[in-house]
Design a protein around this ligand. Sequence first.
Ligand SMILES: [Zn+2]
Ligand SMILES: [Zn+2]
Length: 371
Amino acid sequence: MDPATWRYGGNTPCLELTAPDGTQFILDCGTGLRMLGNRWRMPNGGGNPETHIFVTHYHWDHIQGIPFFAPLYAENNEFHFYSFRSKFLGRDSLKQVFEAQMALPYFPVDMSAMNAKRKFKEVEGGDTFTIRENKVTARWLNHPQGCLGFRIETPAGTVVYATDNEPGDAKLDESLRELAAGADILINDAQFTPEQLATTRKSWGHSSWKEGVKLAREVGAKTLVLFHHDPDSTDRMVDSILRQAREEFDSVFAASEGMVISLGSTGDNVQAHMPGARTTLRREAQFRAKVSGVTEGGKEFQEETVVRDISLQGALISLQNVPQLQSELQVTMQTPGENGSQSSMRLKGYVVRIDAGTEKGQIAVGVVFTD
Ligand SMILES: [Zn+2]
Ligand SMILES: [Zn+2]
C-alpha cells in the first residue's frame, strides 16, 4: 500500500453495479477485481452466480485483474463478458486476452483451471441491448486503440460509465453527450488536471475534472464521479481536484476504494458512503472535540461534541528513548470521558520513522497502529 494514496486507493478500474432486479454488473477488470472476488466469499459479501462483465478496452489497467478473480475458478459461476473486437486482436478479442494472460510463464495455472462458465459477446459503439430489466447502450470514446463507454438504465436510475476518454473530437464528444444525457450518476475520466490536459498530457486519451463538470452540466447529469485518478496523484492532489470540482458543480464525488453509491427513488439525492471494512483500526473512545466545517448548503459552522469510535492509522509520538526502526511499541493513551471519567486505549504501534524532535532531548517517532 502506498501511504500517499491509501484514502482514494491505488487499484486500477473495477466497479460493481447491482440493479434492482438483482442483475449484477462489473465494469472493467482492473486490479480492484481481486478484492471484489474476495469480498464475494464473505458472508453477505454479495456476488451472484450470473454476472455481466463489461470491459471498456484492452489496456493493462482494465484487464489485469482477470487471473486474480477467484470466482472465475468456481464451476457454479457463470460470467457474460462484453467487449469490442479490437483490430489488433481480431475475432474473440477478449477471449484471446484471457488466454494470453494465463499463458506460461505469466501465470502458474492455465485456462483449464478456470472452471466458471464464460460467455463472450462482441459489442460495438452504437449497440443497445437489454439484460433482464436493464437497458445497456455502448458508445465509442476518444482513446488510443479505442474504448467503449456504457450507459446502464435500471429501474432505479441511469448510470453512465465513461472512463478513458479525451474531449476534443467533435463527433465523439457529441456521442458522449448522448450517452450521458440525464444520467443520475456520471462516472467520468478525471485523470489529469486541466493544465496537464492542455499541455504535457494532451492526446494521452484522458480527461479532467473541469471537462467532467462541463459535460455533467451540458447533459443535466445529477451526480458526477471523478474517476481514473492518475497513479501519480496523491490523496492530497485528488482532494484538491475534488474541491475545485465542488466549487463548480453541486454533487461531485471522487471515486475511492470501497466507496458505495446508492440510487434512491426519483428526486432523492444519491447517497455515497465508504464502508469501514478498510485496513484502518477502529476503537471506541470518548474525546471532547471542536468540529468546524462547511454544511451541505455551503455555510461554515463550528460546534463542540464528543468523538466516539475513532479509526486510527498512526501517530507521531515525542520520545526521549530511540526505539528501533520497524520494532513494535505499546502505546497506552488516556481518553478523557464525557463526564470526567477516564479510560485508556491500548494500541500496538509499528515504528516507521524516527526524526529529530521539535524539543531538545526529544525525538519524533512515527508509528502505524497495527492492533
Ligand atoms: Zn486506456
Ligand atoms: Zn485506463
